[in-house]
Structure formats: C-alpha cells, structure tokens
Design a protein around this ligand. Structure first.
Ligand code: SF4
Length: 446
C-alpha cells in the first residue's frame, strides 16, 4: 500500500474532513503514516481563519520542498479553507504543491490524487453536490466521533471567511445523519458531536424543513449512543425549542459553546452578528433557567476595527456578568476579502495584546470560581483513555467537557461511564475518586 501523511490545522470540521479523506484514500490503497519522511502523499488540511494559521502552512510547504528533493515522487496537496481562498497564491508561492482542492471536492479525493499523479498541478475548488461521506481510516477513534449535519454558512459576519471557503449553507437529511450515527454506534461510538458552522440553522434549507431540536430528539433514540454534543452555535439562531431539547433529552450534554465575540452593540452591528448584548444575555438567562448546571463557553474577538475603550469595557462587563466556564480570546486578524479587513480604525497590535490579557484575566477569575464549585461533587465521566501524565490513572470527560483523572480500577474499562467524586480542582483538569460504575443507572449533570 502507498503511504499517506495528513497534517490538519484549524477547527473540528477540518479534523473530521481529514478523517474522511483518510477513509476515502484507504479504499484507493493508501494507509496512514505518522511520518512525513516515508509518505508518498502528504496532504495539508488548512485553516484561513487567521493570518498566523496561513503563515504556518506556507512555512510547512517550505519544509516539504526540501523533503521533496530527497523524495521526488512525493505528492504534496493542499486542501481546506486556504485552498478555497488562495489557490493561485499557493501555486505561485509554493511550486512544491501538486494538488489544491476545496472542501466540496473531498468526495472525489481519490480521483484528484490520481489525476495529479499523471499531470500536475490539479486545481479543484468549485461547488459540488452535497455528499455524506462516512468513510474512516483504520484505527480511527470509535468512542467519540463527529458527524457533520450541515456544511457552509450564510451569516456573513464581516470578519469571517467561512461563507467564501465553505460556501452556502446545506443540510444533510435527517435520514443520512441518523444512518451515519447508527453505524458509529454499531462500531462502539458512545459520544457523538453534531458539526455545522452554524449548527442551529440545521434543517431550515431542507424540504420539508426541520430543525436541530428535532434532530437531537432522533439522535437521542439511537441505541448505544450515550452522549450528544453539538457545535458551533450562533446566538442569532438559538431557539427556545433547542433549549428545551437540551433540558429534556438525557443524552444531550449540558454544555453550550455560544460565541459572543463582543459585548458592545456597536461592535456587534459592525460585525453583522445579528444579535445585541441584551438578546445574548436574555438567551443565557433562559438557558440557565431551563438547565441550571449548564456550562457555557464562548469565543471573543479583541481589537475589531473601531473597537474603542468603551466598547472593550462593555465586553469585559458582559464576560464578568455571564461568568463563563471557558473562553477563547482571539486578537482580530484582517482576512483579505472580508468587509472588516478594509474598515477604517484598525486597532494597533499593542492595544489588542493588552486587551487580550485583561480579558483573559477577568474571564479566568470567573472560570476558576465555577470550577471550584465542583469540589466535593460527584460527576458523570465517560472514560476515554489513560491519563496523559500518569499511566496508572484513567482519564475522561464530564458532560460539561472537563477533563477528570482518577486512579485506575480493575472494574473500569475505557468506554465506561462512571461516577467520580471530585477531590481536587486543578487549573486545567479535575482529579477524583471512583464513586460508582454508573452506566445508564444515573444521569448526573456536570
Ligand atoms: S456565523 Fe460563524 S461561520 Fe458564519 S460567517 Fe459568522 S463567524 Fe463565520
């Protein structure tokens, strides 16, 4: 068999796409290798969300140029968001590249690799019919899996390249999604994450239309699946029906990632986010009222063009008020082709850095208080492997996605659901002791 090496940058959607590519190429007699030095084909699955992510790819392509001198038959391909956005620049700046293809062409990766073998370079970045690909490589983790429920986005936030790179919004049918999840469950999957760029828009483009709440109800009925997550959300489309589904469906985890981006209405309008700070806070209140133990995380951008001290203070104040369990802060990075890139009043890097630190400090204090509340509590953990730093310990995640380590016990195997009493709250994880092997008996929140 020929050898395939995959390098994945960026989001969970890219991880999922890489897995599908590996599965499709397995059918063409390619096996995965961890080493680029014995690969016959190297594919870089790229991210264009920030300039830094793009720089990493060009730097990697520079390294691969040297490798190709020693392995002339090596084929190098670039896929994903950068491929869609910068195809011409990639070929110009990195002549080492033999193949460039966007996400819509993934289903045809076998044919594209074959074409590039005969005559290079091959460029494939147009639209293509929506295809549900369920191929997976050998040895892919079965315990926790992603399932794409929709592709693309039509929100057009002014800082974001996704509508250009991933195209218009298209949902897979409930039957196709359920078929994939039933197969995953039959292979031993216990936790499934439903993926979409704006996942709560799921189904609105289908005939007849449906929604994410209805899909969650259907997935909740799949035997073998113990936990359901979904990402990524846009507050604009988060409905009361969805909140009720999180509250009512036992397998849906009490964890919501709800990007705020900014706490200033002026900045939110310039971002074209479609909601206000007040609407966001109402949503959080409704969510916590329905699901009191829900964990909430968010994405925030500092230094969006025109962001004043007062705008930033509004973000600080909102973050303090919400008291998130986790935050992901990004310094605004202009993306060519997006409206925000040419907006006046770009914020200096030093100001972005300073706001970044202040925001992390405020968010960190709230997160530490929320974590501390877990001490002494008993939480439900899906055991997913050995602890990273101690092979005598097992590790897993709570329903709220926190890492928990505990001493290995002969009664517990990977894939089990156990009750763990939390003894120590550490900055990035929890430690505890086995309270019970719960399986379906108890459904503890958190
Ligand atoms: S909703 Fe998300 S994916 Fe869509 S344009 Fe906005 S930031 Fe990008």
């Amino acid at each position: 068999m020929a050898k395939l090496h995959l390098i994945t940058y960026g989001c969970q959607m890219n991880e999922y796409d890489s897995e599908r590519v590996a599965g499709l190429l397995k059918a063409e007699q390619y096996e995965l290798t961890d080493s680029e030095h014995d690969a016959d084909v190297i594919l870089l699955n790229t991210c264009a969300i920030r300039e830094k992510a793009e720089d990493k790819v060009f730097s990697k392509l520079g390294e691969l140029r040297a490798l190709k001198r020693t392995r002339p038959h090596l084929m190098v391909g670039v896929m994903g968001c950068m491929a869609q956005l910068h195809k011409d620049e990639i070929l110009k700046r990195a002549p080492v590249v033999d193949l460039v293809f966007g996400s819509p062409a993934i289903a045809r990766v076998g044919e594209l690799v074959e074409r590039a073998r005969r005559a290079r370079p091959v460029l494939e970045t147009g639209e293509a019919p929506l295809v549900k690909i369920t191929a997976k490589p050998d040895g892919a983790s079965r315990l926790k899996s992603f399932a794409t429920v929709m592709e693309g986005c039509e929100k057009h936030c002014t800082f974001c390249v996704v509508p250009v790179t991933r195209g218009r919004q298209r949902s897979h049918t409930p039957a196709a999604v359920l078929d994939e999840i039933e197969r995953l469950a039959a292979e031993g999957c216990r936790e499934v994450t439903l993926l979409g760029q704006t996942v709560e828009m799921y189904g609105r483009d289908l005939q007849p239309p449906t929604d994410l709440a209805a899909l969650l109800h259907a997935v909740n009925d799949v035997d073998g699946i113990a936990r359901i997550r979904f990402t990524t959300s846009n507050p604009f489309n988060f409905t009361s029906r969805l909140i009720a589904a999180i509250r009512d469906l036992p397998k849906v985890c009490e964890y919501v990632h709800l990007p705020l981006q900014s706490g200033s209405n002026r900045v939110l309008a310039r971002m074209n986010r479609g909601y206000t700070r007040e609407r966001y806070l109402d949503l959080i209140a409704e969510l916590r009222d329905a699901v009191p133990d829900v964990a909430v995380s968010t994405d925030l951008i500092v230094g969006f063009p025109g962001e004043t001290d007062a705008d930033f203070d509004a973000t600080l104040e909102t973050v303090e008020r919400v008291a998130y369990d986790n935050v992901f802060v990004f310094r605004y990075s202009p993306r060519p082709g997006t409206p925000a890139a040419t907006m006046p009043d770009q914020v200096p890097l030093t100001v972005k850095a300073e706001r970044n630190s202040r925001l992390l400090a405020v968010a960190g204090r709230a997160a530490a208080i929320r974590s501390a509340q877990l001490a002494g509590q008993t939480v439900e953990v899906l055991v997913d492997g050995r602890a990273k730093k101690n092979a005598d310990e097992l590790a897993g995640r709570t329903r709220c996605n926190r890492v928990v380590n505990f001493e290995a016990d002969a009664r517990v195997a990977i894939g089990d659901i156990v009750a763990i009493r939390i003894t120590d709250v550490l900055p990035h994880s929890l430690r505890g002791t086995l309270a019970a092997r719960v399986e379906e008996a108890v459904c503890l929140s958190r």
